[in-house]
Structure formats: C-alpha cells, structure tokens
Design a protein around this ligand. Structure first.
Ligand SMILES: Cc1ncc(COP(=O)(O)O)c(C=O)c1O
Length: 373
C-alpha cells in the first residue's frame, strides 16, 4: 500500500470540504492580557488582541497564580514523577481535589489531565459500574462527552438539543428498571445557550436516572463562589457528577469531576484514563487551586467583568455590521462566558474573514462544522 498517497487523500478530503485547520502562532505576553504577538509565516511579528481565548478572566497571568506555581515548581521540580497510583499523587493534588469538592458541595473530586479526559474517561467507565446503563446525551454535547459515550459499549440515546419532550419520550420508551444517566452541559459554548438544569433534574428524579453535567464554560464565571450555573441556581445538590476544567476561567490546565466519595472512588478505580497516565505537575495543581480561589466572583475585579462584557458586545455589533452571522447578546450582558468562540458569533467564520481580521490585529478562530454523533 502507498501510505503517503492515503495521507494525501485524507488531507485533500478536508481541503475539499473546507474543514482543513490552520493554526496561527500566538505568544501571549504576561501582564498584557488579552494582547499577544503573532509570528507570521514569514517570521515577522504583529501585536494582536486575542478574541478567541479560553482564559476568560486572564487568570493565567494573575500574579497570585504565577507565584503559587513558581513556589511549587521550586519546591518539587517540573513534573509529578508518576501516575496517580505510582508516586504521582502529591499534597498539591490532594489539596486541589479537596478545594474542588468543596467548591461544588460534593464529598470528593477527581483530577484528570484535562476536562476532555475527565468527560471521556468517566462516561466511558460508567457502564462498567452500572451494567445495562443507558446514557441520554444532548445532541450538542461537547466532543469529549460524545467520545466517552460512543466508546463505552453501552446503550445511548441522543435527545434533540435542550428538548425535554424528546428526552422524556426516549426515557419512557426504555425499560423502567434499566439504570439511566442524563449527560448535558450547563452552557453550550458554540451556541451560547444554557441547559435546562432544573427540568432535567426533575426528569431524572421521575425516571430514577443519574445526572452528569459539564460546567466547563461556567466554573469561575457563575455562582457566588464561581462553581457554575448549578451553584447560581442552587441546584448543585441535585447533580450526581459535575465536570469542570482548570483551563478556562482558571487559566491553567487540567480537568475534574466532583461527585460522591463512592462515585469518585469507583471511577478512580475503573477508569484507565485516570490511572494509566502521568498526573498533572504539582505546579499546575498549585496554580489551579489559587486560581479557583481568586476567581470567586466576590473577589475578582469587577472591572475585568465589565470590560469582558463590553468587549463581547462591541464584537457582536462589529460582526453584525460586517454581515457575519452573530447571535445577539441578551440585555443583561454576557450570556456565554465571553468569547470562547468569539463572543456571540454563531457557527463558522469563513477562514478568509478570520485572516483579514487577524491582519487588522484581532485574532478570531474559524470553527469547523460539527460531526454527526
Ligand atoms: C463543553 C466542553 N467540555 C470539555 C472541554 C474540554 O476542556 P479541556 O480544555 O479542559 O480539555 C471543552 C473545551 O473546549 C468544552 O468546551
């Protein structure tokens, strides 16, 4: 077989479908959030403003976070030195897990190397714990949840996005005695809308199902302590498993689930994605713990939030003026957590528009169409 020819064909397919991804070389400058320097393919550089970052609050450049990371780095060195079960569990990991459990009002939390892995590892492991489990998954769930559900070997049902009637219909059609789990998000970043948390919890109660929520875009942004939308709506106690990231509002890296001690113990023991990989460096865990504390809305600077909200509104207006598809922001400010995918733009930005915008100093990232589930 001519392997190179196959690779050429695979890449050509993406070009033909307009789905070939290009990355731009961006270097953030500490203390200048959200400004950065773009190194162009010819090696020249240009100052730009990053409008499509995950570091919603600039926590990745927060002096408190950096100091915590530096301290841990000097104290313990660069890496953790092992997987969680073989010398890779440190006091930093334990402290961060305790902090996250407390944040979400749960007995325990489990750290993973990213929220992607946390979703994938947990959702693919649950059928081992609950034989016969049926997972009801929102059609617009993130790729990491899709992967976890897809390869877990269990039964899955996909309900239309936020469609409670469809979810009910699917649940009614299944064996009442079968174990069930509803997997959904609190904020769908690509579409900028919220999941109906309370109504989903009501359905879960009615059908005896577990609930699994991805609060990746909401932790650090919503709720009195920044635990997410479920905290804001006083619903955390009704959710069995809460997934979050340390890489967005907390500006560092890593992901987690928070749940009962028993659930975390079982996932910890059965999920290959937790056990068979080197744990996060202690410095990351130390920085993330400080970021989680600093990002509590009660103490984070109001000015940052105001400027984020104003920026998202300005960008949406500019997009609409330029004839780009843009979702109108609701009257009360930032609906989605500020420009994960360019504050309010819906769907894809044609690559040519992204490039023209970049040349004028604003970094946007075109999004690829969703894959079918
Ligand atoms: C809804 C959702 N869940 C999970 C993730 C994965 O988060 P992480 O970057 O920590 O892997 C993302 C990333 O964008 C996301 O949007």
């Amino acid at each position: 077989m001519d392997y190179n020819e196959k690779l050429d064909a695979a890449i050509a397919r993406l070009h033909d479908e307009g789905r070939y991804r290009t990355f731009i070389d961006i270097e953030r400058r500490n203390g200048q959030f959200p400004h950065a320097v773009w190194t162009k393919p010819d090696g020249s550089q240009q100052d730009i403003t990053v409008w499509c970052g995950n570091d919603y609050l600039g926590m990745g450049q927060n002096p408190v976070v950096i100091e915590a990371m530096e301290e841990a780095l000097r104290a313990t060195g660069a890496g953790s030195g092992g997987t969680r079960n073989i010398s890779g569990t440190t006091v930093y990991h334990k402290q961060l897990e305790a902090e996250l459990a407390d944040l979400h009002g749960k007995e325990a939390a489990l750290l993973f190397t990213s929220a992607y892995i946390a979703n994938d590892a947990t959702l693919s492991t649950l059928p081992k714990l609950f034989p016969g489990l049926i997972i009801y998954s929102d059609a617009l769930n993130h790729a990491s949840m899709i992967e976890g559900v897809r390869r877990n070997g269990g039964a899955k049902r996909i309900f239309r996005h936020n469609d409670l009637g469809h979810l009910r219909e699917l649940m009614e059609a299944d064996d009442p005695a079968a174990p069930k789990l509803i997997a959904f998000e609190s904020i769908y970043s690509m579409d900028g809308d919220f999941g109906p948390i309370e109504e989903i919890c009501d359905l879960a109660d009615e059908f005896g199902a577990l609930t699994y929520i991805d609060e990746v875009h909401a932790v650090g942004m919503y709720g009195p302590r920044g635990a997410g939308v479920a905290e804001r709506d006083r619903l955390m106690h009704r959710l069995d498993i809460i997934n979050g990231t340390l890489a967005k509002a907390y500006g560092v890296m890593g992901g987690y689930i928070a749940a009962s001690a028993k659930m975390c113990d079982a996932v910890r023991s059965y999920a290959p994605g937790f056990i068979f990989t080197t744990s996060l460096p202690p410095a990351i865990a130390a920085g993330a713990a400080d970021a989680a504390r600093s990002a509590r809305p009660a103490i984070r600077p109001l000015a940052v939030l105001r400027s984020l909200a104003a920026g998202a509104t300005r960008l949406t207006r500019a997009a609409l003026t330029a004839g780009l598809p843009a979702a109108a922001l609701p009257a009360r400010g930032v609906h989605r957590p500020v420009a994960s995918h360019v504050g309010g733009l819906e769907g894809e930005i044609p690559p040519v528009v992204a490039r023209a915008t970049l040349l004028s100093g604003i970094a946007l990232q075109p999004l690829m169409p969703r894959r079918p589930f």
